[in-house]
Design a protein around this ligand. Sequence first.
Ligand SMILES: Nc1ncnc2c1ncn2[C@@H]1O[C@H](COP(=O)(O)OP(=O)(O)OP(=O)(O)O)[C@@H](O)[C@H]1O
Ligand SMILES: [Mg+2]
Length: 409
Amino acid sequence: MEYDIIEQVSELAVSGSPLEEKLEKAVALLADYLAFDGCAVLLLDENGYMRSVAAKCPEALPPYRLGQGVPGLAFTGGALIEVHKEAGDAAWEGIEDSGLEGYRTALAYPLKEKERTCGVLFLRARAKVRLTLLKRQILKLAAMQLLILVKSSEVLNDHHRVYSELLEMQQKLVSSEKLLALGDMAATMAHEIRNPLLSIGGYAARLKRQLPPGSPALGYLEQMGAEIGRIEKIMNGIIRFLKDNAVELKTDDLHCMIDEAMELFADEIAVHCIKVDRRSSGGPLPVLADREQMKIAFDNLIANAIQSMEKGGILTLETSRAGEFAVAKVSDTGGGIDPKYMGYIFNPFFTTKKHGTGLGLPIANSIIMRHKGTIEVRNEGHGAAFIIKLPVAGAAAPNSSRHETGEAV
Ligand SMILES: Nc1ncnc2c1ncn2[C@@H]1O[C@H](COP(=O)(O)OP(=O)(O)OP(=O)(O)O)[C@@H](O)[C@H]1O
Ligand SMILES: [Mg+2]
């Protein structure tokens, strides 16, 4: 019969009730069985206090810190503490515990797994209660059962946390797969749209040639040609950005790539009265690069710089070597990038221009990443500065990444 209590607590443990409810019922059973007025399970919280998670107590318990009162001492000592209010009980006299007012017996049993204590089972009685040896053993067994209950709920919580993290990761994976699929679809669509578009452009040009001078339809056809050109630019940009162009890396001179990219802009530079300031480290700067691809990257940076200085300015192209990297800096005096846009300029389709596609920088970035290089942007002086670093030919390949050192939003 004495062991009935263990059976009852065990039945509680395997019941489907929430942990708090199980603990509440278990402490009530124990208090009754051991003839104590109050029984509580105290666990250590993150602030270093022992908080009651389940209690059958006539009065609320004071907040105990480690080493304070009967529960705090049992926790730090890791052993059962039993005190009785009676003349000559030095332990009772020596313990400061406001929770013992009106009580004559107090008992705290640490809930301990191996050497780690995680809580205390605390019992108080107004009368003098002496536990028999059997009851002490039963108390020990009950404390172990309570510990298993607490621990199993921790495991369950961990399991829930890990499960929800896993679910979140899975959702991210699914959406990144969807994005990839979307990318493939966009690239295919861009291809499919580009071909008939070129035909329409061709027919429009033929029609224009056949119309007599002064025909009102000429204006419409010109407009059509411009719009077709715009769509074509967007389609080409999408294809360039999405196509997983494998780079053919060869040892090449960084200066030559910049020179070739600059050739395309000679007219525009003259039209907008832009002064070009070329600063180079002198001598070839050998990098491992795909010249055609790198020219596209520089084209985009130079085009942006020129577009920012329509009323003139200085375009500075600077090259140098920094350890294992060749550095190219493209800067302008066009007023710089609005700090609130700094975090977005590498996003596909982000543009502040009326006829921009917003694909120039994403394309430049993806090309540089494929070269295991980096691209940084910041506002400097009177404009924007883009700094590209590429591994010097022959040096060990570092990790690729993009840094935005400007004020990101
Ligand atoms: N040198 C620069 N000075 C000021 N703003 C810039 C500069 N370079 C880029 N930006 C900003 O970054 C945005 C994105 O540039 P990106 O080259 O990707 O697209 P875009 O220039 O707008 O369009 P596209 O390249 O198709 O002509 C630009 O719209 C502009 O707001
Ligand atoms: Mg651009």
